[in-house]
Design a protein around this ligand. Structure first.
Ligand SMILES: Nc1ncnc2c1ncn2[C@@H]1O[C@H](COP(=O)(O)OP(=O)(O)OP(=O)(O)O)[C@@H](O)[C@H]1O
Length: 455
């Protein structure tokens, strides 16, 4: 491949020199421009693999230049140089499509990492290959799924924090894995963490690491998940469950691109892309004071909404077919057994189900049917669909009437108790599965069980 070409735009000549020398050492040829107009002229004349631009230029803003580039030269990744601590401009730049940002004074190590990632986007994309290699596929032929795959391909090309929303089991983690696998970080690690599953007092040490002796039990230095994800992606699932104190540190880590392990004096630079997810309405959590507004603003630069399965029933046949194929492969000891087939009636019944647990629930239904059906064909009665999926909507009925004699709190507790008990019964008292189905964390289910006196 020929020498990479970068266009660097800044009105401060010494910054241009510094970046030019740094890039030169990476074997990247840099052309420089002092204004937006000058940059546009150079773009017409040359061929560039990357553009680094300051936010404030004498004849316009870096965002103007970014827009010009995305319109006329959509293949060139643009990174923004922002003023120190200016969250607004970094977020605005990424929302406008910047690949990444670096703040002033420019940290040369971060700059090198950023340039390295941007240059990986050169030439034929490796996305197809890496996706296949990672085995991650987001199935579905509905227009909604098409759109999501298209958006994911675009998101994979930049470094902006992505916030994935959607009900439990809609494929939020799968989407995060795909963004990672199709992007320039695909050779780095993908580290997924369920924030709700970490005991509260260990959250900071888990995320940022700790020094030996920093608290009882810290018998040796330990690296955190941020450091484990170095060069790759950190997926923060159920981010709404992070305690407020850890949220402050997370905000700092994202803003400064560095973390300070518990008990350490020094910050450690980290090069990690953050993708977070929650099935809670984070706007509501912010309003209730449970989630920091500034952190939400930072992680939610781009939102990716995974649609519920009931919004796209046309995806069910393909999802079911692939799941049955996988189950056959997993079960076949020695020679693979042929996948079970669904009758037309069974397939129709699946398409009618509301599936509150989405694709995960569909997979569970098919796994149970595979285990229970005798022949090679799965019919509607093998699916045992009767009450499970309608349980949530039918809960508050059963002669529970609100009148003046029943205090509202008791009435609500009773509804809550019934909902939890029904779900526990359906999941054969598997609390993790019940929590998922009820749309709450395991910790919060345990709390409610204790509060309601259910053992
Ligand atoms: N479009 C899809 N194609 C193939 N498999 C899917 C798809 N969507 C979800 N799945 C499967 O459904 C299951 C749940 O997916 P995933 O864990 O990504 O969901 P989630 O939204 O992150 O769930 P939770 O909120 O409970 O963590 C996984 O087994 C995943 O492989």
């Amino acid at each position: 491949m020929s020498k990479a070409q970068a266009l660097v735009v800044d009105d401060e000549a010494d910054i241009l020199d510094l970046i030019k020398i740094t890039l030169g050492r990476m074997d990247v040829q840099a052309s420089t421009a002092l204004t937006v107009a000058d940059a546009k002229r150079q773009l017409e004349r040359g061929r560039f693999d990357l553009c680094l631009t300051d936010m404030n230029l004498p004849d316009g803003s870096g965002i103007d230049l970014l827009r010009h580039l995305s319109e006329c030269y959509p293949g060139i990744p643009v990174a923004m140089i922002t003023a120190h601590g200016s969250t607004e401009s970094a977020v605005a730049a990424m929302k406008a499509g910047a690949f990444d940002f670096v703040s002033k004074p420019v940290d040369l190590k971060l700059l090198r990492t950023l340039v390295g990632s941007a240059l990986k986007l050169r030439g034929p994309t490796s996305s197809g290959a890496s996706t296949a290699a990672s085995g991650v596929r987001l199935l579905g032929d509905s227009p909604a799924m098409d759109q999501i795959r298209h958006l994911i391909t675009k998101l994979a090309r930049n470094q902006a924090p992505v916030f994935v929303t959607g009900e439990s089991g809609t494929g939020k983690e799968l989407a995060a894995r795909l963004i990672h696998a199709q992007g320039p970080r695909s050779e780095g690690p993908f580290v997924a963490v369920n924030c709700g599953a970490i005991p509260q007092d260990l959250v900071e040490s888990e995320l940022f690491g700790h020094k030996k002796g920093s608290f009882t039990g810290a018998v040796s230095d330990k690296e955190g998940l941020f450091q484990a994800a170095e060069g790759g992606t950190l997926f923060l699932d159920e981010v709404a469950d992070l305690p407020l104190q850890a949220q402050v540190k997370l905000l700092r880590a994202i803003q400064e691109k560095s973390v300070r392990p518990v008990g350490a004096q020094q910050e450690v630079p980290v090069n990690v892309r953050i993708i977070s997810a929650s099935h809670h309405d984070l706007n509501a959590e912010v309003e209730r004071g449970h989630f920091r507004q500034d952190l939400f603003y930072r992680i939610n630069v781009i939102e990716l909404r995974m649609p519920a399965l009931r919004e796209r029933p046309q995806d069910i046949p393909l999802l079911a077919e692939q799941t049955l194929k996988r189950l056959a492969q997993e079960q076949g000891s020695g020679a693979a057994s042929p996948p079970r087939k669904l009758t037309a009636k069974a397939l129709e019944a699946l398409k009618q189900q509301p599936f509150p647990g989405n694709v995960r629930e569909l997979e569970n239904v098919l796994e149970r049917a595979t285990a229970l059906a005798d022949g090679e064909v799965i019919d509607v009665e093998d699916l045992y669909l009767s009450k499970s999926d309608t349980a949530q909507s039918s809960l508050p009925s059963e002669e529970l009437e609100l009148d003046d004699t029943v205090p509202l709190e008791d009435y609500l507790s009773e509804i809550e108790k019934r909902a939890i008990l029904n779900t526990l019964e359906e999941t054969h008292w598997n609390r993790t599965a019940a929590a998922k189905r009820l749309g709450m964390t395991l910790r919060s289910l345990r709390y409610r069980l204790a509060k309601l006196g259910i053992d």
